[in-house]
Design a protein around this ligand. Structure first.
Ligand SMILES: Cc1ncc(COP(=O)(O)O)c(C=O)c1O
Length: 397
């Protein structure tokens, strides 16, 4: 058999789906598992949004749409970005996709090739590094450290920029740490992007999920609208992961290329999903604020619970729905070993910090998009496990 294309070997993956599969296999054998691995709201999609999708199906809106999306949704997104973030992207600069992930794919394929470099957050959403190397470019990790509250060191960023750097990827609020870029950091990164003529891919998918502080889009900075792609979507804010609905707002020179990539790959996003999206983004159903209040309560409970376990320290994240505790003090192995043992020995599915890059060593990522009861059960199980792990000498394991 002739071999697969080499580029496939350069693709990474998202460990969350692998851990989910392992957890499901344990469940199939009768184990009870608390799922804190996957990043999706446990709430139902707001009723008015689902109703709009159902009505669209019943009206027969089940056919192809233009590749970049239906005009009503592109207009609603453009209006939302201006209203909520103060940035003006015309409806024609918005490209709608099945989930936000394709925006990473398209932006990176449209911009990067062999010889280019792209700077991305480490730890960070694993698809950034995967897509950069798939495109044949070199990924340059920018470490986000706990002691800096997971905000990048801007001197370090400056040192990473070379004449080959073409793109910098930002994600605030941040997956996996919940960190938020301060207004000063955003201003400084914008200065670096201007000085070195860089494109910026600003992943703002958690922009509505903030508990303290404010989200400031880098596209607001002087000269940055022309070089910033905003990636956003409906999965997290509106509990719509399975609908597959996301979008990018692009500088004009990129729109045609990205639309062509959409035509070549998915043709378009489901029509009824887009109709549901119009209602979600223009009406902001009341469920959204109720979800936010519930996430805050869960975050506080989880952080408190984890900090009470000897060997674990956990900062309070300011956004998204993840905590990124430091578990080095457990002395139970590296992050991957600790995550694996917590799944098999304690029955709680979590991710190793290293699933998000080498700088995630010593940490776990837990999603608090789960009920308070399940979070409390998870803390209890992890606490019991940590106590017994400490009392078992390493040689006996
Ligand atoms: C930082 C970040 N960006 C983008 C996405 C993709 O979301 P979607 O489900 O809309 O493809 C996720 C999903 O986990 C994410 O965490």
């Amino acid at each position: 058999m002739r071999p697969l294309a080499k580029r496939i070997g350069r693709l990474g993956t998202e460990t969350a789906f692998e851990v989910l599969a392992r957890a499901r296999a344990l469940e199939a054998k009768g184990r009870h598992i608390v799922h804190l691995e996957i990043g999706e709201p446990d709430f139902d999609t707001p009723r008015a949004v689902s109703a709009a999708g159902i009505a669209a199906i019943e009206r027969g809106e089940t056919h192809y749409t233009p590749s970049a999306g239906i005009p009503e949704l592109r207009e609603a997104i453009s209006a939302y970005l201006e209203r909520a973030r103060g940035v003006r992207y015309e409806p024609g600069q918005v490209v709608v996709t099945p989930g936000a992930k394709p925006i990473m794919f398209y932006a990176i394929l449209a911009l990067l090739e062999s010889g280019d470099e792209a700077i991305y957050p480490d730890p960070g959403f694993p698809i950034y590094a995967s897509m950069i190397s798939f495109a044949g470019a070199r990924g340059v990790p920018l470490a986000l450290r706990e002691e800096r509250d997971f905000v990048p060191d801007l001197d370090e960023l400056r040192r990473l920029v070379t004449p080959r750097t073409k793109l910098i990827i930002l994600n605030s609020p941040h997956n996996p740490t919940g960190g938020i870029l301060s207004a000063e950091a955003v201003r400084e990164i914008a200065r670096i992007a201007r000085e070195h003529d860089l494109w910026v891919l600003s992943d703002e998918i958690y922009a509505e999920l903030i508990y303290e502080g404010e989200h400031r889009s880098i596209a607001l900075e002087e000269g940055l609208l022309e070089r910033t792609i905003i990636l956003d979507g409906f999965s997290k804010t509106f509990a719509m992961t399975g609908w597959r609905l996301g979008y990018g707002a692009f500088p004009k020179p990129l729109v045609e290329a990205v639309t062509k990539l959409a035509t070549n790959s998915v043709s378009c996003t489901a029509t009824f999903t887009q109709r549901a999206g119009v209602v979600a983004i223009s009406q902001r159903p009341p469920e959204v604020d109720r979800m936010l209040a519930a996430f805050r309560e869960r975050r506080d409970a989880l952080v408190r619970g984890l900090n009470a376990i000897e060997g674990i320290t956990c900062r309070t994240p300011h956004g998204a729905f993840y905590v990124f505790p430091n578990v080095a003090g457990l002395r139970a192995g590296d992050a991957a070993q600790v995550a694996s043992r917590i799944l098999t020995e304690a029955g709680v599915a979590v991710l190793a910090g290293t699933a998000f890059g080498a700088a995630g060593e010593g940490h776990l990522r837990l999603s608090y998009a789960n009920s308070l009861e399940n979070l409390s059960l998870a803390v209890e199980r992890i606490g019991d496990w940590a106590r017994s792990a400490r009392s078992t000498p390493a040689a006996a394991r």
